[in-house]
Design a protein around this ligand. Sequence first.
Ligand SMILES: *Cc1c(COP(=O)(O)O)cnc(C)c1O
Length: 433
Amino acid sequence: MSTATGNVSTPASSALYGRAQRVIPGGVNSPVRAMRQIGRDPIFVASGSGARVTDVDGNVYIDWVCSWGPLILGHANPRVLQAINRAAALGSSFGAPTEGEVLIAELVAERMPAVEMLRMTSSGTEASMSAIRLARAVTGREALLKFQGAYHGHVDGLLVQAGSGLATQGIPASPGVPAAVAQATIAIPWNDEDALAAALDAHQFAAVLVEAVPANMGVVPAKPGYLARLGAAARQNGVLFVVDEVITGFRVAPGGAQELYGLEPDLTILGKVIGGGLPAAAYGGRRELMSQIAPAGEVYQAGTLSGNPLAVAAGLATLEQLDQEAYRRLAELTERLAVGLREAAASAGLKLRVQSATGLLTPFFTGVEVTDYAGASACDQQSYAAFCRGLLARGVYPPASQFEAWFPSLAHSERDIELTVEAAGEVLAELAS
Ligand SMILES: *Cc1c(COP(=O)(O)O)cnc(C)c1O
């Protein structure tokens, strides 16, 4: 049993990291795991159970990352494990349709009326990529509108940065992204009405992509009414309204952010929770749109492991446990953690802005509300890094970037929050002195 105090040492992690760097770029299979943004080496995990992970050195941490969103029930949830084991015993993949795929599509359609049909993929990136292809096919347009600081997976055309100004032409955010592809994407500041109007005036977009609760610049919710106005403006301009619920889907409410905010997306992108910790994602929407996807229609998209039986079983076993009471509980836990962190910062005399939605939260090192990517970037990232290092040393595992969300799960207890807030209080007091 862990406590949230005491310094941890990680020789086995360091040894593995040394070996990993020789055979895996940066030693990791996804960049943020490397913990470079907080100036330390990654921690190699051996196992997880409930709200805890144990590293290869035997240190136990209260985990606020939870695989970056999928594990809304925590690690190794018994019912999810049982479902995976049962499915695995029946064979892991067939390349032929299975009953589970029908059940999960029906379940999603029930929870999200806007998703009349859906197609499964193995990652959120793939789902975004496919939704864009469909949007371009049905509108006959190529340009895309997105928001600065929003992430929709590492799709070429969505890996763009935009400079200042109201509506900036996208420039590649990574070498290897063709300039021509990036230029088809316009990125505007989040929560900015004028930029939105100007962009819609200036371009004929196939789609506007929006994270329903942006969480990849830290958690930066929409200003009241912004999402609804965005949806209405898209409709007026013949632009498909594509809501990325990879994080928010089945996390912020039973029917995701579209239920919470009363949105009617043309297309919805799902991932993370829908796979219950296994690789699964999906895109879906109105029947007449989704009917354009092959083999019903001509827009091609496929996947060897799409709708994989193990992933579908994990997803179903996860969704089945997410009833109204689960969301009430998750909201309460999130609020308790947010309040605790705010109070810890106040006691230490530090400015900390904690922004949250049900099941996700970011403590920003700033005194002002963060409403867009510029605001998130202006936060004191050095302090966030020191905060994370201090928490890790005390057995609390936060996301290693100011631009990510913490993910409370239903496996976290009031005691876990208490221990976390206690550790945070110590670290913040150190930072203040
Ligand atoms: C994680 C994420 C994605 C990409 O999903 P992957 O499964 O990592 O490819 C897309 N959109 C949002 C909002 C995400 O948080």
